[in-house]
Design a protein around this ligand. Structure first.
Ligand code: 5AD
Ligand code: SF4
Length: 468
């Protein structure tokens, strides 16, 4: 473990090339269109921040922009066609503003590289998931008249040294702690679009979170494709990282996503329990399939029985824990009986929220080449039956929350509903009536109606409120 002094030294060595970006943007408007996961949304924030430092001005619509970036994810579908049609829609804008430049990034940029430029005369340049920090340099070349630039190399050898860049972090925000993935689940494109797994140094993460807390952030979700295999140069593992953040940062709440069952150990469960309520008792733990043969074909590195053992270990350590999960139906060769194992695992685990998807063959992945691809109509039917079975269970399961009081961190006001909204520590989006001054505070709310992912409730007046 590092001493505080050596951590400071590491922090000051952060490589931040974009900070010297100067006036490349010359006040031009930049618009970024984003599709995909939280990781992509976070990357978009990073792109806006870096380009802002280079004197671009973020704008609300493509019509106001001289630089448009399309940041597209390819985990579950092929959005390449969407990217081409979106780029095509900007043709009208280019007629009005011939200086307009369009670039494509994210997983699609990483995956498609030069094809994008070959197939669309509207796409001027391409960048990858690992070259976001080089955007000012790339964009300056584009505006200097260089066409068809592609910067989508992986920096395989470079350490993962970045600074969290968010423009308006609000009450709750995200901090990347790992990038990439080395697990190579046979259905998943991430190891190809995000590269090898790397962790940021513990000191850098702590430093970022301190700065966010100073800007008013109360809750951070630490992010990684396989976040609990985090391993800092100083020897800290994921449990150490969480404990240090919980104890040193001044955050009210700490969450993390996404964990892999094989890396969820007893130490992590114990750290979560002993740092409640700062570390929230909610775990997103994808199992993908309830059948051990399919899990093996998926290269998930656990069986159904081992997943259930993990759940038991976690429940024994954290009695009030709540789980959600990701599921894929219709993986190649999945039979009806094997699909039934998935339904029964959802029930056995009692997952209150599920994110379920039809298997979709992804480029480069092993499973895309497997024999026995399941027809689309069977996949759709299985997905519908899974959601039905889950609904039946989850609506019953969450009724026990009605009448209970939970602490809710208030994040905002919904004018359409006239209610405040925030999350309970076990991650239920909770709506209730209250004063705007409560935004940013953690308040007790009695649940009047519980749905699997959301609650309606009433603010509980505290003793001092009653006296006043
Ligand atoms: N087909 C369907 N779902 C997928 N996911 C990842 N790859 C695929 C694919 N090829 C789902 C998994 C993962 C989530 C982020 O997306 O359930 O956990
Ligand atoms: Fe993809 Fe598997 Fe890595 Fe998750 S753990 S990002 S599903 S390869």
């Amino acid at each position: 473990m590092q001493t505080p002094e050596s951590m400071d030294e590491t922090s000051s060595k952060l490589a931040v090339p974009y900070k010297s970006a100067g006036d490349i943007g010359q006040g031009r408007g930049v618009f970024i269109s984003t599709y995909g996961c939280q990781m992509n949304v976070n990357d978009t924030e990073r792109m806006y921040s870096i380009l802002e430092m280079a004197n671009f001005v973020p704008v609300q619509s493509p019509e106001q922009a001289t630089l448009i970036l399309i940041n597209a994810c390819s985990v579950r579908e092929t959005p390449v066609q969407k990217v081409y049609s979106e780029a095509g829609r900007y043709r009208k804008l280019r007629l009005k503003n011939p200086a307009l430049k369009v670039g494509v990034g994210g997983c699609v940029g990483q995956q498609e590289k030069g094809n994008l430029i070959k197939n669309s005369d509207m796409i001027d340049f391409v960048f990858g998931t690992d070259t976001i920090d080089q955007l000012p340099d790339l964009v300056s070349k584009v505006f200097a008249g260089n066409d068809d630039l592609i910067n989508a190399r992986f920096e395989h050898r470079a350490a993962y040294h970045v600074e969290t860049l968010v423009r308006n972090p609000g009450i709750s925000t995200f901090v990347n702690v790992t990038k990439g993935c080395d697990n190579f689940c046979t259905f998943c494109v991430v190891p190809y679009t995000r590269g090898r797994e790397k962790s940021r140094p513990l000191a850098h993460v702590l430093d970022d979170i301190h700065k966010l807390v100073a800007r008013g952030v109360k809750e951070v979700t630490v992010l990684g494709q396989n976040v609990n295999s985090y391993s800092s140069d100083c020897g800290a593992d994921f449990a150490d990282l969480l404990e240090r953040i919980a104890q040193e940062s001044g955050l009210q709440r700490l969450r993390f996503t996404t964990s892999h069952p094989k890396d969820f150990n007893q130490k992590l469960a114990k750290v979560m329990f002993r740092n409640q309520p700062i570390i929230c008792e909610y775990i997103h733990l994808p199992f993908q399939s309830g059948n051990s043969r399919i899990l093996q074909l998926m290269n998930r590195n656990y069986t159904r029985g081992e997943y259930l053992d993990r759940i038991k270990m976690i429940r024994d350590s954290i009695p009030n824990v709540i789980f959600s999960t990701d599921i894929i139906v219709g993986f190649p060769t999945e039979t009806e009986e094997e699909f039934q194992d998935t339904i029964s695992l959802v029930q056995e685990v009692g997952a209150e929220t599920i994110f379920a998807f039809k298997y979709s063959p992804r480029p480069f992945t092993k499973a895309a080449r497997f024999e026995g691809q399941v027809p689309e109509d069977i996949k759709s039917d299985r997905l519908n039956r899974l959601f039905d079975a889950h609904d039946k269970m989850a609506f019953e399961l969450v009724k026990r929350y009605e009448g209970q009081v939970f602490d809710v961190l208030v994040e905002g006001f919904n004018p359409a509903r006239g209610t405040l909204n925030g999350r309970s520590s076990h991650n239920k989006l909770t709506h209730f009536v209250g004063d705007l001054s409560l935004i940013g505070q953690t308040v007790p709310v009695r649940i009047s109606k519980a749905f699997p992912a959301t609650f309606r409730g009433e603010l509980v007046l505290r003793n001092q409120d009653l006296i006043l």
